[in-house]
Design a binder for this molecule. Structure first.
Ligand SMILES: [Ca+2]
Ligand SMILES: [Ca+2]
Ligand SMILES: [Ca+2]
Ligand SMILES: [Ca+2]
Length: 342
């Protein structure tokens, strides 16, 4: 009996380990927006604040290279409290949809896939809703995920609102708004609850493209994550191969610290034409502050202690072009502003 208990303990512990692990440390950031339009055109201003991530790893056939013009892709992420937003630019020489039944061989037609693990748990999801593998068809309508033990290849069209826009004969834009469900989702429940998104929330994410150029099967499967050979086709089954997506709201003020000394609208943070960061504070408070520059993945790029006089100048020549979050923190203030370094 004692041995049996020991074995059970080991099994349970092993199961917990397998549920919580993540094989890769790829990190991505989604930026907050309050409004959007799913029209296949990424011209909303918030998309400019989001980084592109290349869809560049050939999962099938593993480790091979694409011919010029066959496929290129890149993706970016944003969010509101209601949805995760995905924008992808795809180059594909032939759009192909040879299996007319959306539930038949959906992965063998041209198809844009978003893999989403609401709570970043990792772990097996092929036969559960621990995570979702949203296979979006080029008909701009059908979204299929493998279901659970009771339901195979289920329609989850109401999870993803998407639009596929044709730019020219070989270039396309996919724009998606994904309503987020947690692992309590049940396909037979007509009133599944959805998850409200918030600043700093972490979710498991991967993206891939199934490229079929006219045959009966996809010729290539190209993904966002640089997986090992053993995981060349694991994403549809195992959320542990996903990367981490962090939701960022640049306007969020950390709890317990507010701007008390100076109204936020009175502080101006911008870059001048000589690659200097300028902070203007008409209140001339002289408060000792720490100026921190973060990239969109939350990495600290540089930091400086200054006195918040009427005008503070900080040399940022050595920072590469891109979007950054500037944080000013002092005894009575905590203020963040996003800037584009050019
Ligand atoms: Ca749009
Ligand atoms: Ca192709
Ligand atoms: Ca999960
Ligand atoms: Ca294709």
């Amino acid at each position: 009996m004692k041995n049996l208990l020991s074995i059970l303990t080991i099994l349970i512990f092993s199961a917990q380990l397998s549920i919580c692990q993540h094989y890769y440390d790829d990190a991505f950031t989604a930026q907050k927006t309050d409004s959007y339009s799913i029209d296949g055109v990424g011209d909303e201003s918030f998309w400019e604040q989001c980084d592109w991530y290349d869809i560049e790893y050939i999962w099938i056939p593993y480790g091979t290279a694409m011919s010029a013009g066959d496929f290129t892709g890149r993706v970016k992420f944003a969010w509101t409290e209601e949805v995760l937003l995905v924008l992808a630019e795809i180059e594909d020489d032939v759009l192909s949809d040879v299996h007319p039944d959306p539930q038949d061989n959906y992965w063998n037609d041209d198809c844009f896939e978003v893999f989403l693990d609401e709570d970043y748990s990792g772990g097996w999801h092929q036969t559960s809703y621990n995570a979702f593998a949203y296979h979006c068809a080029i008909n701009e309508e059908d979204v299929i995920d493998s279901g659970d033990d009771n339901a195979f290849n289920v329609y989850v069209n109401d999870h993803v609102d998407f639009n596929l826009d044709t730019v020219d004969n070989t270039h396309y834009v996919w724009e998606l708004a994904i309503t987020v469900y947690d692992d309590s989702f049940n396909e037979s429940n007509p009133t599944n609850t959805t998850v409200t998104l918030s600043h700093n929330k972490e979710m498991g994410i991967a993206v891939a493209y199934c490229d079929n150029d006219g045959g009966s099967e996809r010729e290539n499967f190209i993904g966002l994550i640089d997986v090992a050979a053993e995981h060349y086709n694991s994403a549809w089954q195992d959320a542990s191969v996903f990367g981490k997506l962090t939701l960022n709201d640049p306007d969020a003020v950390p709890e317990g610290i507010g701007i008390t000394a100076i109204p936020a609208e009175d502080i101006k943070v911008f870059q001048d034409n000589n690659s200097n960061l300028i902070i203007e504070n008409p209140a001339k408070t002289g408060e000792k502050i720490t100026i921190s520059v973060f990239d969109l993945n939350g990495r600290l790029i540089m930091e400086s202690s200054e006195s918040l006089d009427e005008r503070v100048l900080l040399n940022i020549h050595n920072i590469t072009q891109g979007t950054y979050i500037i944080n000013l923190r002092g005894e009575t203030m905590n203020y963040s502003k996003m800037i584009c370094k050019y």
